[in-house]
Design a protein around this ligand. Structure first.
Ligand code: ATP
Ligand code: ZN
Length: 287
């Protein structure tokens, strides 16, 4: 029997769906029936362990799993001696200080001597002690946002993605102290060579999937006389592919454009007289 790499994934929660989606997009087939505890992929030496996100760092440390996908917040809070192998970019959220609407907030110094409710005392402590601020941490594992109203804390430090929950509880976000995304954790140097080789194969696929997600494939028609200017705008992986249209004086140009530059490029192409701009997602992309 050959080796299998075991990956710990959140059983059910904010990380589950996207974690599985990345692996599916790598062409790895599995049931993804997350009611089971464990399952094996049918076409790749990968085994899934579905657990609570809080348990993922310690499972990987203890060798129950070889790698895991967890929020950077959870990983940093537990301060477990492992490495971030890849930042996967999804499950973006921030750790913020939020105060009751009538609290006069003048920066982090306003927290001196206050009771702060949080599920992330380690991360918060690190940030406050750097500024020489002393506060009392009230550690709660859920419903942090209700603690000021019930008199358990003066302010809170909690994960925020939209701020709607805060507003519902009469709180306002006053300071972002930390940002998090989902990360793959493990050991960069695996003990077992065969497992290390499997992990490299997996990472090669994940990188291709993530790169593809950050680019678009763009096709457009362009008056021939503007071709020189286009190269400077679109860049592209190498140089754009140019073909001739039946209509005289017109070209069809195909290229790859970074997602975050797309609207800039789009406006510049329009200004050059580009027409019929067609944008499609890319499924996989290598360098
Ligand atoms: P489990 O039952 O597995 O312990 P949980 O309730 O602790 O689940 P989730 O709420 O599913 O965990 O959140 C998992 C991770 O999703 C968080 O640690 C964080 O990295 C990320 N996340 C993204 N947006 C948010 C948000 N708005 N609130 C909380 N976590 C968020
Ligand atoms: Zn959890």
């Amino acid at each position: 029997m050959g080796q299998v790499v075991r990956i710990a994934i959140q059983k059910s929660g904010r990380l589950s769906e996207k974690s599985l989606e990345i692996i599916k997009n790598c062409g790895i087939k599995f049931g993804s029936d997350s009611r089971v505890l464990k399952e094996e992929a049918s076409n790749f030496p990968l085994e899934f362990l579905y657990v609570r996100d809080d348990d993922i760092p310690s499972y990987v440390r203890d060798g129950v799993a070889d790698i895991g996908i967890v929020g950077r917040n959870e990983f940093d809070e537990q301060a477990i001696d492992l490495e971030v192998i890849r930042d996967l970019g999804f499950a973006k959220c921030r750790l913020s200080i939020a105060v009751p609407n009538d609290f006069s907030y003048q920066g982090l110094a306003s927290l001196e001597g206050k009771r702060i409710a949080t599920s992330y005392p380690h991360i918060l402590e690190g940030i406050l002690s750097e500024k020489g601020i002393k506060a009392t941490f009230v550690q709660v594992s859920g419903s942090v946002e209700v603690t000021p109203a019930i008199g358990l804390a003066d302010v809170i430090c909690d994960l925020v993605s939209t701020g709607a929950t805060l507003a519902m509880n009469g709180l306002r976000e006053v300071e972002k102290i930390y940002t998090s995304t989902a990360v793959m954790i493990g050991r960069k140097k695996m003990g077992n060579d065969e497992k290390a080789a499997i992990l490299s194969r997996l990472l090669l696929r994940i990188d291709a999937v993530m790169r593809a997600a950050s680019y678009k494939y763009v096709i457009f028609n362009l008056p021939e006389e503007h071709l020189d200017q286009v190269a400077g705008i679109v860049g592209g992986m190498k140089s754009p592919t140019v073909t001739r249209l039946m209509e005289k004086g017109w070209l069809s140009v195909q290229t790859v454009v970074a997602e975050d530059l797309f609207w800039d490029v789009f406006e510049q192409l329009k200004a050059l007289g580009a027409q019929g701009i067609l944008v499609t997602p890319i499924e996989k992309m290598t360098e």
